[in-house]
Ligand binder design. Structure first.
Ligand code: PAN
Ligand code: ZN
Length: 182
């Protein structure tokens, strides 16, 4: 393998160098996850993006790792803070690390037995997501939230999962967790 010329520019908050790929998720692509689905404006707006290191490993192959930086832009849809769609890993015994790079957020993990945990994400925070655990990242601040992530190449993603908790801003401008059944 060639030397890797890639680094995280912490001032700019982005990956720089060679072999970087991007994916973006717009409001249109993720509106189904929010409780408020109607009267949405600006459906083209980007809610979050992932910068990947393109390491030539094929998704689904065993033995490799993927690295990405996920960034969620600040904002809300209705009362709910911007968030990732959230998923489990299809190869369900594969775990993942997340670590906070900038901004303030929450990591919602829903375990196999349907219990859940919400961890604070901040610059320097470290999060181990065990296998068989649905995970979703939420930006609860007024700035961009970025986390690094490393997962196995055989993991693949299953988006058919249930998150029993919503993270909203209540009428007093406070962060609140709301149980929900959808
Ligand atoms: C992350 C996520 C990324 C985007 O790289 O894929 O944050 O979130 P969704 O995949 O839920 O849209 C990861 O957890 N990889 O396994
Ligand atoms: Zn994952």
């Amino acid at each position: 393998m060639k030397n890797i010329n890639i680094f995280y520019n912490s001032k700019k908050g982005k990956l720089e160098g060679e072999k970087i790929k991007y994916s973006t998720t717009s409001l249109l692509q993720s509106s189904y996850i929010y409780q408020q689905k109607d009267n949405l404006n600006n459906l083209e707006k980007i809610i979050y993006e992932v910068e990947f290191h393109d390491n030539d490993v094929t998704e689904g192959d065993s033995g490799g790792l993927f690295f990405g930086i996920s960034s969620i832009y600040p904002g809300k849809v209705g009362k709910e803070f911007h968030m990732t769609k959230g998923h489990k890993h299809k190869k369900n015994d594969t775990g993942e690390y997340y670590w906070g790079l900038r901004g303030i957020g929450k990591l919602l993990m829903v375990f196999e037995n349907n219990t859940y945990e919400i961890q604070d994400v901040f610059e320097g925070s470290l999060h181990y997501i065990p296998g068989k655990t649905a995970h979703r990242l939420i930006n609860v601040s007024k700035n961009k939230l970025s986390v690094g992530a490393c997962w196995q190449s055989e993991s693949k993603h299953d988006y058919d999962c249930y998150f029993p908790i919503r993270v909203i801003e209540n009428g007093d401008g406070e962060i609140e967790y709301v149980n929900c059944s959808t």
